[in-house]
Design a protein around this ligand. Sequence first.
Ligand code: KIV
Length: 275
Amino acid sequence: MKNTVLTLQQAKIEKKKITMLTAYDYSTAHLIDEAGVNMILVGDSLGNVMLGYEDTVSVTMEDMIHHGAAVARGAKNAMVVVDMPFMSYQTSVYDAVVNAGRLMKEARANAVKLEGGTEVAEQIRSIVAAGIPVVAHIGLTPQSVNVFGGHKVQGKTEAAARKLLADAAAVESAGAFAVVIEGVPAKLAELITQRLSVPTIGIGAGAACDGQVLVYQDMLGMYADFTPKFVKKFANVGEVMKAAFARYIEEVGSGAFPSEEHCYAIDSEIIEKLR
Ligand code: KIV
């Protein structure tokens, strides 16, 4: 069954945990979808894990549309949420609506996600008014890494915690149907989750959130550049891949691959005539 804003809202009411993973291509989206994950996020983390940038600042609308469309083709039941990249919505409400519309029409997203609290509430209100579901993203918002001075846990002082509570309330009342909370103390995320009537999806925000999200290369051990404390490796696919690549080199070198079972046959009489 397709996951929609209604089924996710129902999950919060029934206290059923929501699962979300990132994907950036058709094949991975298909596997995640078949496993039964509720939501697939085409995160602008693709800047790091797919494109090798040191942050998400350089990611473009074209990047998000290209990868978003591939994921949408691979996802049958999971809701596909596509990130709005840096400077595609901060500049004006008009830009926000136009660019959210492009992600829906050109990438065939089911919803868009954007970073920020009270300062982007107007953008969220207008995108939702245009008929586009919005996931908000508060706390450690990676597009603001230069303002934070690094990937730092947010909301640790009383003033910062109050600001996050205000952000959560603002994005909910602007119409966001879910809120990603990233890099926030678990007890504060729990308080936000209790206060909101829409689901919260945590990443580095403890177990009390209504759901969890991880970057798939992180949870599969495929990205070694930087592993945050909140990442759990559910498999070591990176090691499995490296071992397979090494075996490939070995077998091509020794001539063990390709063997007869991987070759196409031709009538030997034809070959004789060609000699
Ligand atoms: O871009 C992304 O992958 C994200 C998640 C970390 C929530 O925004």
